[in-house]
Design a protein around this ligand. Structure first.
Ligand code: DOR
Ligand code: ZN
Length: 428
């Protein structure tokens, strides 16, 4: 199977032609024709990037198929330019055993639109009481490389310390949803002036900061790789800076929504804006952008969290937290980071593909665009503009906070091991 990509600009640089054969880039040059019958992608005016890797996706299967399935979530991923995603374990049943992680991996392979890597739970049933069998999941056919209780924090320091020791021995990463639950009882919104005015119980930024500080200390002691999910508070950046300076193996992600949206949106009481951690202030989004540009925050991860209308179209307090992210992530990154000059296309490749693939330990993703490398690629129209409509997104749910917004940059094609998985807004 051969594919020729014509006149595409790798990392936004000079246009080239690429020949892809059997899933591998075999030639890069000018005027490449390829063998007879080769599929041709016209890349004129387009930026070619390594396929995106999402370290934080909720695909909801098994058990939450009213909100998303591995098939619909994989379609959203491919259309968003992703070639690999990590599926969070807060499903029903929880992905805390070999059986469930193998099921998720196998279902992802059957769908075949994106590599689905199951994240294993740190504790049995996400209950925070007893450690799950990390070794069994790591050594299973699913080859779990990341563990998290996301949705909840691994709160008990004794369990977190033990999990980090296992992670160090197994060479896997623990991804922490940093939230001191004792500080967020009943929390509904970022603790600040907006929450006070609206009469919503506050989620203080310190609930994030203190867990990150604690876990950096524990990770240093264990020599383990710690990843901080969805950083939302400016003060957390200070903790990360200190830990990184001291050589702690800590990495961090920011979501597109924490780069763009603030708690000013909450005045509508529309639960589409409810998310955990909550939308914070403009000073926080500003700090997220700077930290991402500087590399203190390593990657963008979507925290794609589909919720069926029955869980979202309800009063604020009862609504579930979370928002769609896979199909809008690139556009939000271009809007918040590329347009203001904080990142160039090399930088986009770094935060959406290369660093996530390194953190998630995926040797075939996030690779340089070069001869001999696997053809996991994303073609982007940098001049494209589109209007977000939840009902047109591939996800089963439509809880996008960007409804009606006009956003820059469109994904024109996604290529997984040489096969086109999405093209011009359609799954291939
Ligand atoms: O907003 C969120 N939604 N934050 C989480 O931590 C979990 C996620 C979900 O599963 O819906
Ligand atoms: Zn989370």
């Amino acid at each position: 199977m051969s594919l020729v990509i014509r006149n595409a600009r790798p990392y936004g640089e000079e246009p080239v032609d690429l020949l892809v054969e059997d899933g591998v880039i075999t030639e890069i040059g000018a005027g490449l024709a390829g063998p007879e019958g080769a599929e041709v992608l016209d890349g004129a005016g387009q930026v070619l990037l390594p396929g995106f890797v999402d370290l934080h996706t909720h695909l909801r299967e098994p058990g939450g198929e009213e909100s998303e399935t591995i098939a619909t979530g994989s379609a959203a991923a491919a259309l968003g330019g992703y070639t690999a995603v990590f599926a969070m374990p807060n499903t029903d049943p929880v992905a805390d055993s070999e059986v469930v992680v193998e099921h998720v991996r196998r279902r992802g392979e059957e769908v075949g639109l994106v590599d689905v890597h199951p994240v294993g739970a740190v504790t049995v049933g996400l209950e925070g009481q007893k450690m799950a069998e990390l070794g069994t999941m790591a050594n299973s056919r699913a080859q779990v490389r990341m563990f998290s209780d996301d949705g909840r924090c691994v709160h008990d320091p004794v369990i977190m310390r033990r999990a980090l020791e296992y992670a160090s021995a197994l060479d896997v990463v623990i991804a922490q949803h940093a939230e001191d639950h004792r500080l967020t009882v009943g929390a509904q919104a970022h603790e600040g002036v907006v929450a006070s005015r609206l009469g919503l119980t506050g989620w203080p930024a310190t609930a994030e900061e203190t867990i990150v500080a604690r876990d950096c200390a524990l990770a240093r002691e264990a020599g383990a790789a710690l990843h901080i999910c969805h950083v939302s508070s400016a003060r957390t950046i200070d903790v990360l800076r200190l830990a990184k300076e001291q050589g702690v193996r800590v990495t961090a992600e920011v979501t597109p929504h924490h780069l763009l949206l603030t708690d000013a949106r909450l005045t509508s009481y529309d639960p589409v804006n409810k998310v955990n951690p909550p939308l914070r202030t403009a000073a926080d989004t500003e700090a997220m952008r700077t930290a991402l540009a500087e590399g203190l925050i390593d990657v963008v991860a979507t925290d794609h969290a589909p919720h069926a209308a029955q869980y979202k179209d309800t009063e604020w307090a009862a609504a579930r937290p979370g928002m769609l992210g896979l199909q809008t992530a690139l556009s939000v990154v271009v809007h918040t980071m590329v347009e203001p000059g904080l990142l160039d296309w090399r930088g986009v490749a770094r935060v959406m593909s290369e660093r996530p693939a390194e953190i998630g330990n995926l040797p075939d993703h996030g690779r340089p665009i070069a001869v001999g490398e696997p053809a996991n690629l994303t073609l982007v129209d940098p001049d494209g503009v589109w209007t977000v409509r939840g009902e047109n997104l591939a996800s089963k749910a439509s809880n996008t906070p960007y409804e009606g917004m006009r956003l820059p940059a469109t994904v024109t094609a996604t290529i997984l091991r040489g096969r086109i998985t999405a093209r011009n807004g359609e799954v291939a």
